[in-house]
Design a protein around this ligand. Structure first.
Ligand code: PMP
Length: 286
């Protein structure tokens, strides 16, 4: 289907993406005052939808915004968008902003939120990415101190990803005060001595929906799993590094700052987690 003709949802209406319009006074545009969610859809079924809804509701609560639609409402928006597009796999993006108001920093009174959702075809990570792995560069984490909120204010992430692109890399590994936080739009995982190690779920990272999923997969596979802070030196000397996100699923990182990670090839822990991830997706095929 022609991309600008795909249906989207805006404030209660369904219309082609190319025809959707919002006001220049929308607080999402003016202040980045809103939150969003990205849900992968495999074989036309949302994956871990309840988890995405719960994270979204938390983000809205944390910024003092209502979730706009109840769970059944979000579900029906997602179902309708997916049904209106023929791609086998999609990802549904939605965002809610604090609405349209005179430009003033404090929250406006009695202003309805702007509610937008769209779907895009989802090309799963290629065989080449899975087999050859990704290159990552380290960078100081210059973002704010509420990275746990899935905010549409993404300038920090944009600058970080652009830095990676300019270095010929696929993603950044961000470090705050010498400790690993996450990528620009992904969670990062180190493997040392067979144990998967994840940075704590605090305000310095966004808890990916794949964060809990990887923890579950490790438990099911009998892979030791530990949550703790990781120094840059530990990350540089780990056996394996991986990243997870809705769109990149789970991928191995084979180079950090131009140097090989472990053997310089995707490792055995990655291979196990990748196989289990694919199995969970195939279970949706129905
Ligand atoms: N951290 C950040 C900063 C992100 O933007 C993302 C992607 N939304 C993630 C982690 C991974 O989250 P998820 O697994 O839900 O895609």
């Amino acid at each position: 289907m022609d991309w600008p003709r795909t249906p989207c949802y805006l404030n209660g209406e369904y219309l082609p993406l190319a025809e959707a319009r919002i006001s220049v006074l929308d607080r999402g545009f003016i202040f980045g005052d809103g939150v969003y969610e990205v849900v992968p859809v495999y074989y036309r079924r949302p994956f871990r939808f309840e988890h995405h809804l719960a994270r979204f509701e938390r983000s809205t609560r944390e910024i003092g915004l209502a979730s706009a639609l109840d769970r059944a409402g979000w579900q029906s928006v997602v179902e309708r968008l997916v049904a209106g597009t023929d791609a086998e796999h999609q990802f549904v993006y939605w965002q809610v902003t604090r609405g349209v108001a005179r430009r003033d920093f404090a929250f406006p009174a009695d202003t309805p939120p702007t509610v937008f959702a769209m779907t895009s075809p989802f090309t799963r990570p290629s065989r080449e990415q899975r087999e050859q792995g990704l290159r990552v560069v380290s960078r100081a984490d210059e973002r704010w101190l509420r990275c746990d909120i899935k905010s549409v204010s993404l300038l920090g992430a944009v600058l970080a990803r652009q830095y990676a692109t300019e270095q010929g890399a696929d993603e950044v590994a961000q470090f705050r005060d010498g400790f690993l936080t996450e990528g620009s739009s992904s969670n990062l995982w180190a493997v040392r001595g067979g144990t998967v190690i994840a940075p704590p779920r605090d305000r310095l990272i966004l808890e990916g929906i794949r964060y809990g999923f990887v923890a579950e997969l490790c438990a099911a596979l009998g892979v030791p799993f530990e949550v703790r802070r990781l120094t840059q030196a530990e990350v540089e000397s780990c056996d394996e590094l991986m990243l997870t996100s809705a769109t990149r699923e789970i991928l191995p990182i084979v180079r950090l700052d131009g140097r090989p990670v472990g053997s310089g090839r995707p490792g055995p822990v990655y291979a196990k987690l990748r196989a289990a991830y694919d199995e969970a997706i195939e279970a949706l095929r129905g």
